[in-house]
Design a protein around this ligand. Structure first.
Ligand code: FES
Length: 130
C-alpha cells in the first residue's frame, strides 16, 4: 500500500480511532503593581482574561465578560512577548481609549487567545482599571 493510501485511510478512520496530539497547557504569569506574581495554567483556546478569572487574579475585572466592550481587563504585555501576542485589532484599540494609563504595550486580555506559542507569557496588571 502506498504512503498516500495509508494517509488517506488514516484520515478516513472512525472518530476515536486516531490518537489526537496531547493539548499543551500554557502558563501565564500575572504581575501586580507591587511585584506580586501569580501563575495560572490555562488551556489553549481560552483568553488571557478567562485564565485570570478562573484563578481570581486581582485587578482583572472583565465586566463585559469578554465582549471587548468595557476595557476592565487591561494588561501590559511584557516586551519580550509583544511580538508573539501581536497587535490589538482596530476595535480593541478603540476600547483601549477608555482604559487607565494606556501604554504602547497595552492590550485587553479578553482579546488575547492563548495558544502553545504563548506558554510562559507574562503580563502586568495596571494599578487600577479606571
Ligand atoms: Fe470587557 Fe475585555 S472583558 S473588554
Amino acid at each position: 500500500m502506498s504512503v498516500e493510501n495509508r494517509i488517506d485511510r488514516l484520515n478516513r478512520a472512525p472518530e476515536g480511532w486516531r490518537q489526537e496530539p496531547a493539548q499543551t497547557m500554557a502558563k501565564i504569569t500575572f504581575v501586580q503593581e507591587d511585584g506580586t506574581r501569580q501563575e495560572v495554567v490555562a488551556e489553549p483556546g481560552l483568553t488571557v482574561m478567562e485564565a485570570a478569572k478562573t484563578e481570581d487574579v486581582p485587578g482583572i475585572e472583565a465586566e463585559c465578560g469578554g465582549a471587548c466592550a468595557c476595557a476592565t481587563c487591561h494588561v501590559y504585555v511584557e516586551p519580550e512577548w509583544r511580538e508573539a501576542v501581536g497587535p490589538p485589532s482596530e476595535m480593541e484599540e478603540d476600547m483601549l481609549d477608555f482604559a487607565f494609563d494606556v501604554r504602547e504595550e497595552s492590550r485587553l486580555s479578553c482579546q488575547i487567545r492563548i495558544s502553545d506559542k504563548l506558554d510562559g507569557l507574562v503580563v502586568k496588571v495596571p494599578a487600577k482599571q479606571f
